[in-house]
Design a protein around this ligand. Structure first.
Ligand SMILES: Nc1ncnc2c1ncn2[C@@H]1O[C@H](COP(=O)(O)OP(=O)(O)OP(=O)(O)O)[C@@H](O)[C@H]1O
Length: 589
């Protein structure tokens, strides 16, 4: 299917504001009439002066005042309405982009830097807004003004008018010549800007890293490269725009000079009045100026359309949901979760799948520990369980139904997640806990906070639950963030809990409080835990040992220990590590 051009897609957004654009077109038409009336007014004054008709002056002053007030009013409404149209279209596109982004599959985020997406929300969106206001109205008004001026010129002196209209095709040619180059440069600029934004986003969020590792010079040098590339493209754009303005300006001046010389010649010959000559020169401006601004308006439009194309790419990306899904409502119960012969690969290549032939059953109320060496596929298993990726082979079923039967939203409503590094959003502590269940009341929030061992520290904060936590919870400690995430999961109250145990360096006391909160969270819930602690593993109903994407062993702690296989080796290696750590601690004390 042939894709609609970005311009027509932009027109559809503008079409929502027909009345606003009708107002803009009316203002434009009145503006054109007023501009042309200046030429008529000039010829009236000159002719009255040449004929010594002093008595006409009061009338002329009144006419001048009307033209002046009319021009000021149209100029005000023109600017105001253009701004309003531009803002409305920008806002609609921004909201639409967001609605699409929220429905992206996880694979999109794996392949795209969020900085690139941010650039589409900001600089691209701004360029498109310009196109929907100033640029499109300029592209409408200028040719129309030139046409009206030409008709008026024909009325005054048609041979002269025909000579001067030659400027039109020349200017259009200039516009075409430079417009294409501006579009290409526009695309390059937006891409360079999005790379720069992505880099900035990474760096500004990693201030501790560059301070400690002394990366300031390296980062400054790298950013210089991005910034220099942006500056080079902008310089090149400036040169193209300058060249377009110089060529079109040159054509305009030559045309006006020829017209003045010819008009003077006709006045000298007696076939043109002096007043008509002045009106002619004024009208020439209205004919030539629009043509001279058209090339640069056209190139700005091309640049804006390059931005529009990047935004429409986002909108066209395949989504997980056809519409924004309704708010998640956790399921109350389930009986059995079954993974059968699941295989999965992040890439198209089947050489090294991230998961291969993984199968197990979990029944309501059980605790399943997933253990294994780094890179074994534990997190990938979680991502598949959460429906972030679909298995390449095999199936995942809850009570006999897979994600296709249940629908993605309903499927995800069976799960709650406490990740290793708590993901919190800017806002208050209350907002973040409420993300677990937006309809929870104050009592439930407080109970969840208490159960998550978070209540005491929250109440010690000056604003309690209304404390702003900063960007991703930057104003809270690691352990505090985890306890807020646990309170959120408690409020969600989903039947299956996925828990990625934190290995992060929490101090002993903090770790004990978090662990205690997690233990309370696990009570009565079916829990799958990526386990790093032996205590969790020993009490689990089932242990899954993952290695290189395969489930190499499964069973209870005692069964696996007696089997003397991978788990046995892993367990003893961990025990040895812990004993060594204890000894080092004692020596140190
Ligand atoms: N988004 C991704 N795109 C491509 N490959 C990935 C992606 N995420 C993980 N992998 C690869 O999949 C394999 C399994 O990774 P996974 O994160 O599941 O391991 P893990 O057992 O959780 O490791 P760890 O204990 O270190 O967290 C690894 O080889 C990893 O490089």
């Amino acid at each position: 299917m042939k894709k609609e051009s970005p311009f027509f897609r932009l027109l559809k957004y503008m079409g929502k504001y027909k009345m606003l654009y009708a107002g803009l077109i009316t203002t434009m038409l009145v503006g054109i009439a007023l501009e042309l009336s200046v030429a008529w007014f000039l010829s009236l004054i000159t002719n009255a002066a040449v004929k010594f008709e002093v008595e006409r002056w009061p009338m002329l002053i009144l006419m001048g005042a009307v033209i002046l007030v009319g021009s000021s009013l149209t100029s005000f409404f023109d600017t105001y309405l253009k701004q309003k149209a531009s803002l409305k279209v920008r806002n609609d596109i921004r909201l639409d982009t967001m609605d699409h982004v929220l429905r992206f599959p996880q694979t999109y985020y794996d392949q795209t830097h969020t900085g690139d997406l941010l650039a589409r929300f900001t600089s691209d969106n701004q360029a498109v807004g310009e196109a929907a206001g100033n640029i499109i109205m300029g592209l409408l008004k200028n040719p129309l003004l030139a046409l009206c001026a030409f008709i008026y010129l024909l009325n005054i002196h048609w041979p002269l008018a025909l000579i001067t209209i030659c400027v039109g095709p020349l200017m259009i040619l200039v516009g075409k010549l430079f417009g294409e180059s501006m579009r290409k440069k526009g695309t390059r600029l937006q891409e360079a800007m999005s790379k720069g934004t992505s880099f900035l986003q990474d760096v500004l969020g990693a201030s501790v890293l560059y301070k400690i590792f002394g990366l300031e010079k390296k980062i400054s040098k790298q950013y210089r490269q991005y910034s220099t590339e942006i500056a080079a493209i902008e310089r090149s754009q400036g040169m193209t725009q300058g060249a377009a303005a110089a060529v079109s300006g040159g054509i305009a001046i030559i045309t006006i000079m020829i017209a003045i010389l010819l008009a003077g010649f006709f006045v000298a010959k007696g076939s043109l009045e002096v007043g008509a000559m002045l009106a002619f020169i004024q009208l020439m401006n209205y004919l030539v100026n629009p043509f001279s601004v058209l090339p640069s308006l056209w190139s700005s439009m091309q640049q804006a359309l390059a931005g529009a194309e990047r935004i429409f790419q986002v909108i066209d990306t395949p989504k997980e949901y056809a519409e924004l899904p309704s708010e998640g409502r956790a399921k109350t119960s389930f009986s059995e979760l079954a993974m059968s012969s699941v295989g999965f690969s992040y890439t198209d290549s089947a050489d090294a799948p991230a998961l291969h032939d993984v199968g197990f059953h979990v029944y309501a109320g059980q605790t399943v520990a997933i253990v294994g060496a780094s890179g074994g596929g534990k997190s990938t298993l979680f991502k598949l369980l959460l429906g972030l990726y679909l298995p390449t082979t095999g199936s995942i079923k809850i009570d006999g139904k897979d994600v296709n039967t249940l629908g993605l939203r309903e499927y995800r409503d069976y799960f709650s997640l406490v990740p290793q590094e708590s993901v919190l959003l800017s806002g208050t502590i209350r907002d973040n806990i409420l993300d677990g269940n937006r309809s929870a009341g104050e009592e439930e929030i407080v109970a969840a906070a208490k159960q998550a061992n978070a209540y005491d520290f929250i109440m010690k904060l000056p604003q309690g639950f209304d404390t702003e936590i900063g960007e991703r919870g930057s104003r809270l400690s690691g352990g505090q963030k985890q306890r807020i995430a646990i309170a959120r999961a408690i409020l969600r109250d989903a039947p299956i809990l996925l828990l990625d145990e934190a290995t992060a360096a929490l101090d002993n006391e903090s770790e004990r409080i978090v662990q205690d909160a997690l233990t309370k969270l696990m009570v009565g819930r079916t829990t799958l835990v990526i386990a790093h602690r032996l205590s969790t593993v020993q009490n689990a109903d089932l242990i899954l040992v993952m290695e290189n994407g395969e489930l190499v062993e499964k069973g209870t702690h005692h069964a696996l220990l007696s089997a003397g296989g991978r788990y046995h080796a892993l367990y003893h290696a961990q025990l040895q590590q812990e004993e060594q750590a204890d000894m080092e601690c004692q020596t140190f004390n």
